[in-house]
Design a protein around this ligand. Structure first.
Ligand code: HEM
Length: 529
């Protein structure tokens, strides 16, 4: 591959390349160091000494993301996704299938649709607030507040939201953790993550590649199942059956409602929003008479969008809010300033437009999503040889300055989302600090970043940008609005060190308690007059 002609770090291990070092270096520090040393576009050795192209160059990224037919997701990623999703959902579909699905799904995530689901965000945030208030009141010294694991609670509240706003389904996870769909999804994800090493083997041993040819993917899906332990295979089967049954029931109910013209009426109760959820909007669009048969989604495809919403929309948002509360606890003056703006509002809940009109909340949300985006990177594979243009020329290993990079079909390209969002190269010397005002006067270098939201890469850009980004931004704002008006968030103990662990999304761990899994203890005190 011509990628070899670029500069980059050496190869410390023929088998593992630089992968262990990248994983061990928290927060993409290594990638940033290499970018400082070799320029915004460089190579590094991955497993079995395969050279990967890593680029933070805005023009190169724009080229890759706008030519999404030439640069799909790697097959191993798609295969992992379709195992969890059942079949191809929007996040794993490619080519024409993706274009067709996205066309039908786009209106379901429009501002008009999100206006409808905004009350659900407030309702769930208020339910969480009431639970936390009860915990504080129960503590021996209520005035001192209470240390609580905000990660666990936000994970439950955001799952409830994606259920109700996404597909009109109440997980009730703020009340209990026994919901059959939640359990099925959690278990299926766990057993699939356990066979990830197998995916790596398949990716790197060319003899197994034929099994990954797209048209054969479905047929060979279960080929390696025998390597999964029997209990896991059983869990997988049961989980898939449950997800299918519950999902199909929802779809049939929604279809009947649309057919009856029921959907779109006023909510029948406080919690169940008839026809305002995204699935209803999708089914309405799919059943519209002006959509030609070839453009419609099949029931199987609609089913996989339900799991797609959970997979793509739950942990991403819950971790974003979790990291946001940690950041606000680390910057008490900014937390106070934001609370002042929020307490000046007399209403308890706001419309989407009123929420978006709060200026400091808007700046803080942008900055929190820049600094604490939960997705570390994304990877694409070139389907054909190509030349990628660069905005920032680099010097190749022969000392020649080049303003484009050649790649060969099959080469992998890494876009380090988090590193770009925090790079001094784009955001100036204060890049690592939480400074909401920076969005009032964006640095020229940052304004070239081709992100769909606020010139950050957190939600990516181009045709494959996050379809749910507005949903998450409003949801995050609603949580901050409700929770900051009621509570002060403080670090639980100066000596507790919070670590980051990335497995698709970045979660918090407490140093010394890694075996307890993800958690974020914060001291929560009631706001006093
Ligand atoms: C803070 C929260 C979120 C973050 C940071 C986030 C981030 C991302 C990123 C980086 C991608 C691109 C992945 C890639 O191509 O490699 C993506 C895609 C996607 N996201 Fe999100 N997301 C968030 C919330 C949501 C929500 C709430 C939903 C749905 C309700 C959602 C649904 C999707 C879907 C369906 C895709 C695939 C889009 C496509 O390929 O056309 N996301 N998201």
């Amino acid at each position: 591959t011509p990628v070899k002609q670029l500069r980059g770090p050496n190869n410390p291990s023929w088998i593992l390349g630089q992968e262990p070092a990248i994983i061990a270096a928290e927060d993409g520090i290594l990638i940033q160091q290499w970018a400082n040393q070799f320029g915004l576009t460089f190579k590094y050795p991955s497993f079995l000494s395969k050279w990967e192209l890593c680029t933070m160059d805005p023009r190169a990224i724009s080229h890759i993301l706008t030519n999404n037919y030439v640069y799909p997701k790697p097959d191993v990623v798609r295969q992992f996704l379709s195992q969890v999703l059942g079949t191809e959902g929007l996040i794993s579909a490619e080519g024409e299938t993706h274009r067709r699905q996205r066309r039908i799904l786009n209106p379901s995530f429009s501002p008009a649709q999100l206006r409808e689901v905004t009350p659900i965000f407030f309702e769930k945030a208020a339910e969480l607030r009431d639970i936390w208030q009860a915990h504080i009141a129960d503590s021996p010294m209520p005035a001192g507040g209470k240390i609580m694991d905000v990660y666990q609670w936000l994970s439950r509240a955001t799952l409830d939201i994606i259920g109700l706003a996404g597909f009109d389904y109440d997980f009730e996870s703020l009340i209990h953790d026994k919901n059959e769909l939640a359990v099925a999804f959690r278990e299926l994800f766990r057993v699939q993550m356990a066979v990830r090493w197998l995916n790596l083997v398949r990716m790197w041993f060319p003899v197994l590649r034929p099994f990954l040819v797209r048209s054969h993917m479905e047929a060979h899906r279960h080929l390696f199942d025998f390597l999964q332990p029997e209990p896991d295979r059983h869990v997988k089967k049961i989980s898939q059956e449950t997800m299918r049954r519950v999902g199909m029931e929802l779809i049939q109910r929604k279809k009947a409602e649309v057919a009856k013209g029921l959907v779109g009426e006023k909510p029948s109760s406080n919690t169940v929003v008839v026809g305002r959820d995204i699935l209803s909007a999708l089914i309405r669009a799919n059943m519209a008479s002006d959509v030609s048969y070839t453009h419609k989604l099949t029931d199987e495809e609609v089913l996989s969008q339900i799991t797609t919403f959970i997979l793509a929309g739950h942990e991403t948002t819950s971790n974003s809010v979790t990291w946001s509360l940690l950041t606000l606890a680390q910057y008490p003056a900014i937390q106070d300033q934001l609370r002042k703006e929020l307490l000046a509002v007399s209403e308890e809940t706001l419309s989407m437009d009123a929420l978006n009109a709060l200026p400091y909340l808007d700046l803080c949300t942008r900055e929190l999503l820049r600094l604490q985006g939960p997705v570390r990177e994304t990877v694409r594979t070139a389907l054909q040889d190509d030349t990628i243009p660069l905005q920032y020329p680099i010097v190749d290993k022969y000392g020649k300055t080049i303003d484009s990079v050649r790649i060969k079909a099959g080469d992998a390209i890494v876009i380090p989302i988090m590193v770009i969002d925090r790079s001094e190269r784009f955001w100036g010397p204060s890049a690592q600090e939480f400074k909401p005002e920076r969005f009032q006067d964006l640095p020229k270098e940052a304004s070239a970043i081709p992100g769909v939201y606020s010139h950050i890469m957190t939600f990516l850009g181009g045709q494959r940008a996050c379809i749910g980004y507005r949903f998450s931004v409003i949801e995050m704002k609603a949580f901050l609005f409700v929770l900051l008006r009621s509570f002060v968030f403080e670090l639980s103990d100066e000596n507790v060190k919070i670590l980051k662990k990335t497995a698709i999304v970045t979660r918090p761990l407490v140093q010394g308690e890694e075996d307890k899994g993800a958690q974020l203890p914060l001291r929560i005190r009631a706001v006093t007059a």
